[in-house]
Design a protein around this ligand. Structure first.
Ligand code: PLP
Length: 390
Protein backbone atom coordinates (compact mmCIF):
# COMPACT_ATOMS: atom_id res chain seq x y z
CA UNK A 1 0.00 0.00 0.00
CA UNK A 2 1.37 3.39 -1.01
CA UNK A 3 1.67 5.79 1.98
CA UNK A 4 0.34 8.59 -0.24
CA UNK A 5 -2.75 6.67 -1.33
CA UNK A 6 -6.19 8.18 -0.74
CA UNK A 7 -7.17 5.57 1.84
CA UNK A 8 -8.22 6.87 5.27
CA UNK A 9 -6.04 6.54 8.39
CA UNK A 10 -8.01 3.64 9.75
CA UNK A 11 -7.51 1.69 6.52
CA UNK A 12 -3.79 2.47 6.43
CA UNK A 13 -3.35 1.51 10.08
CA UNK A 14 -4.67 -1.97 9.22
CA UNK A 15 -2.74 -2.74 6.05
CA UNK A 16 0.25 -0.48 5.47
CA UNK A 17 3.58 -2.35 5.61
CA UNK A 18 1.82 -5.74 5.70
CA UNK A 19 1.57 -6.31 1.94
CA UNK A 20 3.68 -9.45 2.09
CA UNK A 21 1.61 -12.30 3.54
CA UNK A 22 4.01 -14.94 4.87
CA UNK A 23 2.40 -18.39 4.37
CA UNK A 24 -0.85 -16.48 4.00
CA UNK A 25 -0.85 -15.46 7.65
CA UNK A 26 -3.28 -12.54 7.97
CA UNK A 27 -1.53 -11.23 11.08
CA UNK A 28 2.23 -10.98 10.52
CA UNK A 29 4.34 -13.59 12.33
CA UNK A 30 6.95 -12.63 14.92
CA UNK A 31 10.55 -12.89 13.71
CA UNK A 32 12.04 -13.78 17.07
CA UNK A 33 15.62 -14.14 15.85
CA UNK A 34 18.75 -12.15 16.60
CA UNK A 35 20.52 -12.78 13.29
CA UNK A 36 19.92 -13.75 9.67
CA UNK A 37 22.06 -16.24 7.71
CA UNK A 38 23.08 -16.18 4.06
CA UNK A 39 24.18 -18.70 1.40
CA UNK A 40 27.43 -16.88 0.70
CA UNK A 41 29.73 -14.37 2.37
CA UNK A 42 29.08 -12.05 -0.56
CA UNK A 43 25.38 -11.92 0.26
CA UNK A 44 26.09 -11.33 3.94
CA UNK A 45 28.54 -8.51 3.21
CA UNK A 46 26.03 -7.04 0.79
CA UNK A 47 23.25 -7.09 3.39
CA UNK A 48 25.54 -5.33 5.85
CA UNK A 49 26.67 -2.63 3.47
CA UNK A 50 23.80 -1.77 1.15
CA UNK A 51 21.68 0.11 3.64
CA UNK A 52 21.70 0.09 7.42
CA UNK A 53 17.93 -0.46 7.64
CA UNK A 54 17.30 -1.86 4.17
CA UNK A 55 15.29 -4.96 3.39
CA UNK A 56 18.36 -7.18 3.79
CA UNK A 57 18.25 -7.77 7.52
CA UNK A 58 21.43 -9.25 8.98
CA UNK A 59 21.25 -8.54 12.72
CA UNK A 60 18.24 -7.56 14.87
CA UNK A 61 20.05 -4.75 16.67
CA UNK A 62 20.03 -2.98 13.33
CA UNK A 63 16.74 -4.15 11.81
CA UNK A 64 14.15 -6.93 11.98
CA UNK A 65 11.10 -7.64 9.77
CA UNK A 66 8.58 -7.52 12.66
CA UNK A 67 10.00 -4.25 13.94
CA UNK A 68 9.98 -2.93 10.36
CA UNK A 69 6.19 -3.12 10.07
CA UNK A 70 5.49 -0.89 13.07
CA UNK A 71 8.29 1.47 11.98
CA UNK A 72 6.76 1.79 8.50
CA UNK A 73 3.31 2.50 9.93
CA UNK A 74 4.56 5.20 12.32
CA UNK A 75 6.66 6.89 9.58
CA UNK A 76 3.58 6.78 7.34
CA UNK A 77 1.49 8.39 10.11
CA UNK A 78 4.05 11.16 10.72
CA UNK A 79 4.65 11.72 7.01
CA UNK A 80 8.40 11.21 7.39
CA UNK A 81 10.74 9.05 5.24
CA UNK A 82 11.71 6.87 8.16
CA UNK A 83 11.13 5.85 11.78
CA UNK A 84 13.28 3.91 14.23
CA UNK A 85 11.72 2.20 17.21
CA UNK A 86 13.54 2.22 20.54
CA UNK A 87 13.16 0.47 23.89
CA UNK A 88 11.42 3.49 25.47
CA UNK A 89 10.37 7.05 24.75
CA UNK A 90 13.39 8.31 26.68
CA UNK A 91 15.70 6.26 24.43
CA UNK A 92 14.12 7.91 21.37
CA UNK A 93 14.51 11.39 22.88
CA UNK A 94 18.08 10.75 24.03
CA UNK A 95 19.30 9.38 20.68
CA UNK A 96 17.60 12.27 18.85
CA UNK A 97 19.33 14.87 21.04
CA UNK A 98 22.70 13.07 21.01
CA UNK A 99 22.60 12.92 17.21
CA UNK A 100 22.62 16.74 17.08
CA UNK A 101 25.14 17.84 19.72
CA UNK A 102 28.89 17.81 20.13
CA UNK A 103 31.27 19.49 22.55
CA UNK A 104 30.39 23.18 22.83
CA UNK A 105 26.85 22.85 21.45
CA UNK A 106 23.94 24.72 23.01
CA UNK A 107 20.33 23.49 23.26
CA UNK A 108 17.22 25.67 23.59
CA UNK A 109 14.53 23.64 25.35
CA UNK A 110 10.97 24.36 26.41
CA UNK A 111 10.78 24.55 30.23
CA UNK A 112 7.80 22.19 30.50
CA UNK A 113 9.51 19.36 28.57
CA UNK A 114 9.41 15.82 29.96
CA UNK A 115 11.39 15.62 33.27
CA UNK A 116 14.11 13.07 32.39
CA UNK A 117 14.90 15.01 29.18
CA UNK A 118 15.49 18.04 31.39
CA UNK A 119 17.88 15.90 33.47
CA UNK A 120 19.75 14.88 30.31
CA UNK A 121 20.34 18.59 29.65
CA UNK A 122 20.99 19.76 33.23
CA UNK A 123 22.84 16.80 34.81
CA UNK A 124 24.37 14.71 32.04
CA UNK A 125 25.27 16.63 28.86
CA UNK A 126 27.17 19.42 30.71
CA UNK A 127 29.83 16.74 31.37
CA UNK A 128 30.54 16.85 27.64
CA UNK A 129 30.45 20.64 27.36
CA UNK A 130 26.87 20.89 26.04
CA UNK A 131 24.94 23.83 27.52
CA UNK A 132 21.24 24.71 27.44
CA UNK A 133 18.69 27.46 28.00
CA UNK A 134 15.11 26.75 29.11
CA UNK A 135 12.36 28.91 27.66
CA UNK A 136 8.66 29.19 28.45
CA UNK A 137 7.92 28.79 24.76
CA UNK A 138 4.59 30.65 24.52
CA UNK A 139 6.15 33.53 22.54
CA UNK A 140 8.23 32.92 19.44
CA UNK A 141 10.42 35.98 20.20
CA UNK A 142 11.40 34.50 23.56
CA UNK A 143 12.60 31.30 21.86
CA UNK A 144 14.46 33.24 19.17
CA UNK A 145 16.21 35.45 21.72
CA UNK A 146 17.56 32.34 23.50
CA UNK A 147 19.40 31.22 20.33
CA UNK A 148 23.18 31.59 20.42
CA UNK A 149 25.77 31.17 17.66
CA UNK A 150 26.53 27.68 19.04
CA UNK A 151 22.85 26.55 19.27
CA UNK A 152 22.39 23.29 17.36
CA UNK A 153 19.00 22.11 18.70
CA UNK A 154 15.62 23.61 19.62
CA UNK A 155 13.60 21.07 21.61
CA UNK A 156 9.81 21.44 21.79
CA UNK A 157 6.88 19.63 23.35
CA UNK A 158 3.49 20.97 22.31
CA UNK A 159 1.38 20.68 24.31
CA UNK A 160 3.40 19.85 27.40
CA UNK A 161 1.96 16.98 29.40
CA UNK A 162 1.21 18.74 32.70
CA UNK A 163 0.31 22.37 31.92
CA UNK A 164 -0.67 21.87 28.27
CA UNK A 165 1.08 24.97 26.95
CA UNK A 166 1.55 25.21 23.18
CA UNK A 167 4.42 26.54 21.10
CA UNK A 168 4.01 27.98 17.62
CA UNK A 169 6.05 25.19 16.06
CA UNK A 170 5.72 26.38 12.49
CA UNK A 171 7.14 29.83 13.26
CA UNK A 172 9.92 28.38 15.43
CA UNK A 173 10.82 25.75 12.81
CA UNK A 174 11.12 28.46 10.16
CA UNK A 175 13.57 30.51 12.25
CA UNK A 176 15.56 27.36 13.07
CA UNK A 177 15.77 26.29 9.43
CA UNK A 178 17.09 29.70 8.39
CA UNK A 179 19.88 29.33 10.93
CA UNK A 180 20.71 25.67 10.33
CA UNK A 181 19.41 24.59 13.75
CA UNK A 182 17.73 21.18 14.13
CA UNK A 183 14.24 21.16 15.65
CA UNK A 184 13.13 18.17 17.72
CA UNK A 185 9.60 17.74 19.00
CA UNK A 186 8.03 15.30 21.44
CA UNK A 187 4.72 14.45 19.73
CA UNK A 188 3.52 11.87 22.28
CA UNK A 189 0.39 13.82 23.22
CA UNK A 190 -0.84 14.30 19.65
CA UNK A 191 0.21 10.96 18.21
CA UNK A 192 0.51 11.79 14.52
CA UNK A 193 -3.27 11.76 14.15
CA UNK A 194 -3.86 15.22 15.59
CA UNK A 195 -0.65 16.94 14.51
CA UNK A 196 2.13 16.12 12.06
CA UNK A 197 5.10 18.28 13.08
CA UNK A 198 7.12 17.24 10.02
CA UNK A 199 4.60 18.91 7.70
CA UNK A 200 5.26 22.25 9.45
CA UNK A 201 9.03 21.95 9.29
CA UNK A 202 10.12 20.03 12.42
CA UNK A 203 13.18 17.83 11.69
CA UNK A 204 12.98 15.02 14.26
CA UNK A 205 9.81 13.78 15.95
CA UNK A 206 9.94 11.63 19.09
CA UNK A 207 7.24 9.50 20.69
CA UNK A 208 6.80 7.60 23.86
CA UNK A 209 4.98 4.65 22.25
CA UNK A 210 4.35 3.51 25.83
CA UNK A 211 1.39 5.93 25.76
CA UNK A 212 -1.30 6.07 23.03
CA UNK A 213 0.61 4.19 20.34
CA UNK A 214 1.02 1.16 22.62
CA UNK A 215 -2.27 2.02 24.27
CA UNK A 216 -2.69 -0.92 26.66
CA UNK A 217 -0.13 -0.21 29.43
CA UNK A 218 1.69 -3.44 28.56
CA UNK A 219 4.76 -2.26 26.64
CA UNK A 220 7.48 0.38 27.04
CA UNK A 221 8.55 1.70 23.65
CA UNK A 222 9.69 4.78 21.77
CA UNK A 223 9.99 6.06 18.22
CA UNK A 224 12.09 8.66 16.46
CA UNK A 225 11.00 9.86 13.00
CA UNK A 226 12.65 12.06 10.38
CA UNK A 227 14.34 12.18 6.99
CA UNK A 228 16.06 9.02 5.74
CA UNK A 229 19.47 10.70 6.12
CA UNK A 230 18.83 11.70 9.75
CA UNK A 231 17.41 8.32 10.76
CA UNK A 232 20.18 6.39 8.95
CA UNK A 233 22.74 8.43 10.87
CA UNK A 234 20.94 7.72 14.17
CA UNK A 235 20.81 3.97 13.35
CA UNK A 236 24.51 3.85 12.40
CA UNK A 237 25.67 5.86 15.39
CA UNK A 238 23.43 6.36 18.43
CA UNK A 239 21.21 3.26 18.10
CA UNK A 240 24.08 1.00 17.08
CA UNK A 241 26.27 2.23 19.93
CA UNK A 242 23.70 2.61 22.71
CA UNK A 243 21.84 -0.48 21.49
CA UNK A 244 18.46 0.63 22.78
CA UNK A 245 16.20 -1.18 20.33
CA UNK A 246 12.63 -2.36 20.51
CA UNK A 247 12.40 -6.16 20.48
CA UNK A 248 10.26 -8.13 18.00
CA UNK A 249 7.51 -9.18 20.41
CA UNK A 250 7.04 -5.61 21.73
CA UNK A 251 7.01 -4.38 18.12
CA UNK A 252 4.37 -6.96 17.26
CA UNK A 253 2.19 -5.79 20.18
CA UNK A 254 2.74 -2.19 19.07
CA UNK A 255 1.62 -3.05 15.54
CA UNK A 256 -1.48 -4.71 16.95
CA UNK A 257 -2.24 -1.57 18.97
CA UNK A 258 -1.80 0.74 15.98
CA UNK A 259 -4.82 -0.94 14.35
CA UNK A 260 -7.12 0.63 16.97
CA UNK A 261 -5.26 3.92 17.55
CA UNK A 262 -7.84 5.98 15.70
CA UNK A 263 -10.77 4.39 17.57
CA UNK A 264 -9.14 4.63 20.98
CA UNK A 265 -8.03 8.22 20.57
CA UNK A 266 -11.54 9.32 19.58
CA UNK A 267 -12.96 7.72 22.72
CA UNK A 268 -10.28 9.19 25.03
CA UNK A 269 -10.90 12.58 23.44
CA UNK A 270 -14.69 12.59 23.69
CA UNK A 271 -14.68 11.37 27.30
CA UNK A 272 -12.05 13.92 28.38
CA UNK A 273 -13.89 16.74 26.61
CA UNK A 274 -17.08 15.85 28.44
CA UNK A 275 -15.31 15.58 31.83
CA UNK A 276 -13.37 18.84 31.28
CA UNK A 277 -16.51 20.81 30.44
CA UNK A 278 -18.25 19.38 33.51
CA UNK A 279 -15.29 20.18 35.81
CA UNK A 280 -15.17 23.75 34.52
CA UNK A 281 -18.69 24.26 35.88
CA UNK A 282 -17.87 23.03 39.41
CA UNK A 283 -17.34 25.56 42.24
CA UNK A 284 -14.42 23.48 43.63
CA UNK A 285 -12.45 24.01 40.40
CA UNK A 286 -10.47 27.19 39.69
CA UNK A 287 -9.16 26.44 36.18
CA UNK A 288 -9.24 23.51 33.77
CA UNK A 289 -6.14 23.20 31.59
CA UNK A 290 -7.48 21.41 28.53
CA UNK A 291 -6.51 22.47 25.02
CA UNK A 292 -9.89 21.91 23.36
CA UNK A 293 -11.94 24.03 25.80
CA UNK A 294 -13.22 27.35 24.38
CA UNK A 295 -11.61 29.00 27.46
CA UNK A 296 -8.13 27.65 26.59
CA UNK A 297 -5.83 30.72 26.45
CA UNK A 298 -4.02 29.64 23.24
CA UNK A 299 -7.18 28.58 21.42
CA UNK A 300 -6.22 30.20 18.11
CA UNK A 301 -2.89 28.39 18.03
CA UNK A 302 -4.62 25.11 18.95
CA UNK A 303 -7.03 25.48 16.05
CA UNK A 304 -4.21 26.40 13.68
CA UNK A 305 -1.87 23.54 14.57
CA UNK A 306 -3.99 20.63 15.74
CA UNK A 307 -7.03 18.69 14.59
CA UNK A 308 -8.03 17.30 17.98
CA UNK A 309 -7.06 16.73 21.61
CA UNK A 310 -6.96 13.60 23.76
CA UNK A 311 -7.66 12.06 27.15
CA UNK A 312 -5.04 13.91 29.20
CA UNK A 313 -5.55 17.24 30.99
CA UNK A 314 -5.11 18.99 34.33
CA UNK A 315 -7.10 21.23 36.62
CA UNK A 316 -6.22 23.65 39.38
CA UNK A 317 -8.58 23.29 42.36
CA UNK A 318 -9.89 26.34 44.24
CA UNK A 319 -8.41 25.00 47.44
CA UNK A 320 -4.63 25.14 47.51
CA UNK A 321 -4.47 22.95 50.62
CA UNK A 322 -2.40 20.15 49.12
CA UNK A 323 -3.64 17.61 51.70
CA UNK A 324 -7.18 18.14 50.45
CA UNK A 325 -6.09 17.83 46.83
CA UNK A 326 -4.32 14.57 47.59
CA UNK A 327 -7.30 13.30 49.63
CA UNK A 328 -9.47 13.91 46.55
CA UNK A 329 -7.13 11.91 44.31
CA UNK A 330 -6.86 9.14 46.94
CA UNK A 331 -10.67 8.88 47.11
CA UNK A 332 -11.11 8.13 43.40
CA UNK A 333 -12.05 4.54 42.63
CA UNK A 334 -11.94 4.17 38.85
CA UNK A 335 -9.18 6.75 38.33
CA UNK A 336 -6.14 4.92 39.70
CA UNK A 337 -3.09 6.68 41.09
CA UNK A 338 -0.15 6.23 38.74
CA UNK A 339 2.30 7.88 36.38
CA UNK A 340 2.11 7.42 32.62
CA UNK A 341 -1.10 7.61 30.55
CA UNK A 342 -2.42 6.60 27.13
CA UNK A 343 -3.59 3.11 28.15
CA UNK A 344 -7.03 1.61 28.69
CA UNK A 345 -7.23 2.72 32.33
CA UNK A 346 -8.03 6.10 33.83
CA UNK A 347 -5.33 7.66 36.00
CA UNK A 348 -4.95 10.59 38.38
CA UNK A 349 -2.08 12.43 40.08
CA UNK A 350 -1.90 15.29 42.58
CA UNK A 351 1.20 17.43 42.16
CA UNK A 352 2.61 20.59 43.69
CA UNK A 353 4.59 22.52 41.09
CA UNK A 354 6.10 25.93 40.36
CA UNK A 355 6.83 26.08 36.64
CA UNK A 356 8.30 29.06 34.79
CA UNK A 357 5.65 31.82 34.61
CA UNK A 358 3.82 30.71 37.80
CA UNK A 359 4.00 33.17 40.70
CA UNK A 360 3.84 30.57 43.44
CA UNK A 361 3.76 26.83 44.10
CA UNK A 362 0.48 25.44 42.84
CA UNK A 363 -1.45 22.27 43.60
CA UNK A 364 -2.65 20.65 40.43
CA UNK A 365 -4.56 17.49 39.54
CA UNK A 366 -3.71 15.65 36.32
CA UNK A 367 -6.36 13.30 34.95
CA UNK A 368 -6.18 10.76 32.19
CA UNK A 369 -9.55 9.51 30.89
CA UNK A 370 -9.28 5.86 29.87
CA UNK A 371 -11.70 3.67 27.96
CA UNK A 372 -14.18 3.04 30.80
CA UNK A 373 -17.80 4.19 30.43
CA UNK A 374 -17.75 8.00 30.47
CA UNK A 375 -20.70 8.14 32.88
CA UNK A 376 -18.86 5.90 35.36
CA UNK A 377 -15.81 8.17 35.26
CA UNK A 378 -17.94 11.25 35.80
CA UNK A 379 -19.69 9.61 38.76
CA UNK A 380 -16.29 8.72 40.27
CA UNK A 381 -15.17 12.37 40.14
CA UNK A 382 -18.54 13.60 41.37
CA UNK A 383 -18.31 11.34 44.44
CA UNK A 384 -14.86 12.60 45.43
CA UNK A 385 -15.28 16.30 44.56
CA UNK A 386 -16.69 17.41 47.96
CA UNK A 387 -13.25 16.58 49.43
CA UNK A 388 -11.99 19.69 47.58
CA UNK A 389 -14.43 22.02 49.38
CA UNK A 390 -13.02 24.60 51.76
C1 PLP B 1 6.11 9.07 29.07
C2 PLP B 1 6.64 10.19 28.28
C3 PLP B 1 7.95 10.18 27.80
C4 PLP B 1 8.92 9.07 28.12
O1 PLP B 1 8.58 7.87 27.54
P1 PLP B 1 8.98 6.43 28.14
O2 PLP B 1 8.40 5.49 27.17
O3 PLP B 1 8.38 6.36 29.51
O4 PLP B 1 10.47 6.40 28.21
C5 PLP B 1 8.36 11.24 27.02
N1 PLP B 1 7.53 12.27 26.74
C6 PLP B 1 6.27 12.32 27.19
C7 PLP B 1 5.41 13.48 26.84
C8 PLP B 1 5.79 11.28 27.97
O5 PLP B 1 4.53 11.34 28.44
Amino acid sequence: MNPNSDYGWTTKLQHFGEEEKINGAVAPPIFQNSLFVFETMDELMNAMLVHPAGPNHHYSRVSNPTVDIAEKKIAMLEGTDACKLTGSGMAAITVAVLSCVSQGSHVVCVDTAYGPLRSLLTDYLPRFGVTHTFVQGNEVEEVVSAIRPETTVIYLESPSSLLFQLQDMEAIAKVAKDRGITTICDNTYNTALHMKPHTIGIDLICHSATKYLGGHSDITAGAVCGSQARIDKIIRQEINLVGSILHPFQSWLLNRSLRTLDLRLKRHESTANMVAVWLEGQPEVSQVLHISLPSFPQRELYQKMMSGSGGLFSFIPMTQDHRKVTAFVDALQLFQRGVSWGGFESLALSLRVKPMGFEKETSIVRLFCGLEDPTDLLADLQRALPLLSD
